[in-house]
Design a protein around this ligand. Structure first.
Ligand code: MLT
Length: 244
């Protein structure tokens, strides 16, 4: 298959949707890229990373895209690792955003199961209550409160079944640390300086383990870097793509 680096595959996080990429769809399309933002939400449970990778590949097939730069945000990063492992010929490069290679520890798995049960009982609002406080830089509520409301609405747009399925799928995911040293496509690691979910030291260690990877920190951003600091995010991504 021919590699065509003009395609970007943007993989959304949890408990979010492709709508988290609205600003990027516009900015990257304006820069000449074909942007795919597949829907990873599914009520098929557990929504394993394998299943989500298959959905992303199906979206590429449907769009006739042989190979893309895969931009994985958080859960989307877990899916990007799965794609790089099983479909390496479809990956022209990786942009690992606010994500990590480690699997969940036992405590985290327990938390996922509790969240899934809460969401099934109370609805998507339980996921918003549990996640919203941790998704943003402490500076964002004052600087850009509308971004938090936007993220809340994205979370509330998901069915409880889909949120629970993704939580249970992430709990089952494999540890990918052993594959980092074998990644042989250009890779950029991005993290928000105030990311409380996948903190900067995780990004630093991950970038150090991937041959030739570049690392970028975005100030005044928490986990939701692309929504909190879209311009910084676009500049970093586009400048790296131009240098590729
Ligand atoms: C995400 O943003 O996709 C999630 O925070 C990832 C996770 O919970 O591990």
């Amino acid at each position: 298959m021919e590699t065509n680096q003009k395609h970007l595959l943007l993989l959304h996080g949890f408990p979010l949707s492709p709508a988290m990429w609205n600003r990027q769809k516009a900015a990257f399309a304006a820069a000449g890229y074909n942007v795919l933002t597949p829907e990873l939400r599914t009520e098929q449970s557990p929504a394993t990373m394998r299943l989500l990778a298959d959905r992303a590949i199906a979206a590429m097939d449907e769009a006739g895209v042989p190979s893309a730069i895969v931009v994985g945000f958080s859960m989307g990063g877990y899916v990007a690792f799965e794609i790089a492992d099983r479909f390496p010929e479809r990956v022209g490069g990786l942009i690992l955003t606010c994500t990590k290679a480690e699997a969940d520890a036992e405590e985290a798995k327990k938390g996922r199961k509790e969240l899934a049960a809460n969401v099934m009982e109370r609805g998507a609002i339980a996921a918003a209550d549990s996640m919203l406080g941790r998704l943003f830089s402490p500076k964002t509520p004052d600087r850009a409160p509308e971004i938090i409301e936007e993220a809340k609405q994205i979370i509330l747009s998901s069915s409880p079944q889909a949120i629970a399925a993704a939580a249970l799928g992430m709990a089952e995911r494999s540890d990918r640390t052993a594959m980092l040293s074998g990644i042989n496509v250009p890779t950029l690691v991005i993290v928000g300086e105030d990311d409380a979910i996948t903190p900067p030291h995780i990004a630093r260690d991950m970038a150090a383990a991937i041959p030739g990877a570049e690392l970028a920190f975005i100030p005044e951003a928490g986990h939701m870097v692309n929504m909190e600091q879209p311009e910084a995010f676009h500049n970093i991504v586009l400048s790296w793509l131009n240098r590729m």
